[in-house]
Design a protein. Sequence first.
Length: 398
Amino acid sequence: MPSTSRSGAPVHADLDTAREAAVATVERNVDAFGDAYPDDTTVQERYHLRPALGGVPEGGNRGWTTSFWTGLKWLTWELTGDEAVRASAERNAADFARRVREEIDLDTHDLGFLYSLASVTTARLGSTEEVRRDARDAALLAADHLMRRFLEPAGIIQAWGALHDPAQRGRTIIDSLMNMPLLTWAHEQTGDERYADAVRRHTTQLREHIIRPDDSTFHTFYWDVETGVPVRGATEQGAFDDSCWARGQAWGIYGFALNYRATGDPELLTAAWRCADYFLAHLPSDGVPFWDLVYGDDSTAPRDSSAGAIAASGFLELARVDTDPDRVARAEEAARTLLIDLAAGYAPEPPDSSDALLLHGVYDFPKTRGVDEGTLWGDYFYLEALTRLERPEWVTYW
């Protein structure tokens, strides 16, 4: 009997095959990389060890994407029960604890990405009390580091760089919505209202200012840190300041839905659907977005499969948190269609022809970084979405 989604619709058989192929690739990569960290993206469809930088050795834990490698291991363990993969994920978690305690490469809001997947998840799924406790302590320490970036009176968490850097001061980005679950978890663990207040204020600011009237989104937005006045929207990785970076729009779908779950603010659910409707309306005919939604079917611009994977997971979160049956069914259908299109045209064939689960992603087109390659986050969200669709009661890592 085929598995079914929350609305009762069957999971497409081809997606069962896609999930099995993705898991097999992760297991091959665990054999190849072990506890070391692959780079952000593939080079000619193969991952290499993360280059040494700033005193961190080759394959070491730096940057914002290493936790997606750990998250892939946890998904694979949940799907297969492979204890060798679980043990590797736990060793990664111990390394993340070391990273935060030694304060290595922490000047970023992406502590949420890093420690939700690597530490919060291990605090729940770890094999021993010692492993779970160490992961919990590391995640709480990371949450405290993230709170250092909360800027009064603007009520936002600064995205990147040192807090005194004039080029970064007062800037947040749409990706930051995905970093808020670390603070929500810290509030649940400790009862400290500082965390919940930061989530409420930050997400409200993004809802009010990073979504444009036409429901597209800015990538970045600046506030005056002395007065708290909103200043301007811009982009860092999109085509133009007034275009719509596809991955950012996907972060909006997923991030606003997650923060609706956390806060109960119905305006955040509305914001998620605004992002979702715009995203769907600007997909090309094969269903997988260009790297910026300004491009259409007549364009030769690269696609970004990772944006499609993020959106698929975001739609499944919407299906979980919304209570309207028609919207639930619509969100599930959007996720299923995205995944079918990704599996059919963007997964490697044969699967072992690449280290990536998904091809044709884009990291940063304006900087010609990771263009038309596999990406760690695209791989993670693709497998997360496949897992969520097959197991509607899967407990989220966010």
